[in-house]
Design a protein. Structure first.
Ligand SMILES: Cc1cc2nc3c(=O)[nH]c(=O)nc-3n(C[C@H](O)[C@H](O)[C@H](O)COP(=O)(O)OP(=O)(O)OC[C@H]3O[C@@H](n4cnc5c(N)ncnc54)[C@H](O)[C@@H]3O)c2cc1C
Length: 393
């Protein structure tokens, strides 16, 4: 495991820090700033991110021919870390960036590479991912949303659920059942679907309804299709080969290290320590033990992430270690959330009396979902038990 970054990487870090210092307004870094912006914040973030892409600080690891920077996995990790450290706004196009663009780079047609990657990087098109359905989550291959061929078009009928960013996306990359005659992993095709007209209204046959989370936000929604027509050329990969495309696509998320999560969670623990001092609980022996445990967990996460990054840099297959990464960061974050509730006491449920804990509260509530999406903890443990321990399926 290599614990250091080389000279070129540190040079990149310095350049990016300089750009952030000049282009990220100080008030944007304040706690609660984005919460106060409400819906308007989305457009601000979209524009800022597009400007950042124009300045060359996007698609860090992507080849230059696709509008990327042509950097290394280590530079990508540095970029993520600096974004968190500077409290830069989260991307508005994470599903497109994490999943769709890398997939198109590998198996897309020349037209798809041209039409999808650069507009995505510059936020001209916002994408969402339509995989899950009411009866197909962990068991994704049970999906039922149909796409039937009619001449040169598919006609889609059915429903997707838990679709992150559905309220803002203009397009979806989704999995649809194009045949029922084959095994359930076959007969699935990945299609690109227009969800909105240029004026922002829903495309014909599309209906999108927000789903409210316990935090009060609606980061995801349900998408309904009634006779939605999609050109046959909108296939990614092969007809009926959607399962293989989905596995390739998901491997891009699994190949990531958890250094950005480490940086974000470390900041949260620092905020919790500040909170303990504010509420006069910093000398509580039990709480001090819990805070120390969280710091130990976090440092383990950092070293595991550096080890993953070294493997990626060396072009090694990650295998089950990506499941361990997911388990480690999501469960560490939930433990930090519990720590927050212990330190804040009843105040973790309401902010008042000059004590604003809303950011920590929101993060605690969000952390509950992190052991579900991207493969639940139970599914990750199944993978580890089979691939690492050799236990039967
Ligand atoms: C915040 C959030 C954002 C999301 N965004 C998207 C998105 O953008 N696009 C999208 O397509 N989906 C999205 N999802 C959906 C997500 O992928 C699913 O919730 C996830 O795959 C789990 O599926 P499920 O909810 O149907 O639960 P189920 O699969 O029904 O699981 C229920 C419980 O059973 C356990 N379980 C299931 N199978 C097994 C097994 N074989 N062994 C042991 N335990 C098992 C699970 O671990 C879980 O605890 C999102 C979910 C969340 C929470």
């Amino acid at each position: 495991m290599d614990l250091s970054f080389n000279e070129a990487d540190e040079q990149f870090r310095a350049e990016f820090r300089e750009w952030l210092a000049a282009n990220l307004p100080m008030e944007w870094r304040e706690r609660g700033f984005w919460r106060r912006q409400g819906e308007a914040g989305f457009e601000m973030r979209r524009q800022w991110e597009a400007d950042k892409a124009k300045a060359g600080f996007a698609g860090i690891q992507w080849p230059k021919e696709y509008g990327g920077r042509g950097g290394t996995p280590a530079q990508r990790a540095i970029y993520d870390e600096e974004m968190v450290r500077h409290r830069a706004p989260l991307t508005v196009n994470s599903l497109g960036l994490t999943f769709l663009a890398p997939t198109v780079m590998v198996i897309g047609t020349d037209e798809q590479k041209r039409d999808i990657i650069k507009p995505l990087l510059h936020n001209e098109v916002i994408w969402c991912q339509g995989f899950s359905e009411p009866n197909a989550g962990s068991d994704l291959a049970s999906l039922q949303c149909r796409a039937e061929l009619d001449g040169d078009e598919y006609v889609i009928n059915g429903q997707k659920i838990w679709t992150s960013n559905a309220m803002h996306a203009s397009k979806m990359f989704g999995l649809f059942r194009t045949s029922t005659e084959d095994k359930k992993h076959r007969g699935i095709t990945m299609l690109l679907v227009d969800l909105r007209n240029p004026d922002g209204s829903f495309a014909p046959g599309v209906d999108i309804r927000p789903l409210k989370q316990m935090s009060g936000a609606s980061d995801f929604g349900e998408v309904f299709f009634t006779d939605v027509r999609v050109p046959r050329s909108n296939i990614i990969g092969k007809e009926g080969g959607g399962w293989d495309v989905a596995m390739l696509l998901l491997s891009f998320e699994r190949g990531a290290s958890a250094l950005p999560q480490y940086a974000a969670f470390r900041r949260e623990v620092d905020d919790i320590v500040e909170l303990a001092k504010t509420v006069g609980r910093d000398s509580d022996a039990l709480l001090r033990q819990k805070i120390a445990s969280s710091v130990v967990e976090l440092e383990c996460l950092r070293y595991h992430s550096l080890s993953v990054l070294t493997q990626v840099e060396q072009g090694k297959e990650l295998g089950a270690s990506s499941s361990m990464t997911k388990l480690q960061w999501s469960e560490t974050h939930q433990d930090i959330g519990e720590l927050f509730t212990d330190v804040a006491g009843l105040a973790h449920q309401v902010s008042g009396d000059g004590l604003d804990v809303t950011d920590l509260q929101q993060s605690f509530l969000w952390s509950r979902s992190e052991t579900i999406w991207g493969g639940s903890s139970q599914i990750q443990r199944n993978i580890v038990s089979e691939l690492v321990l050799g236990l039967p399926r």
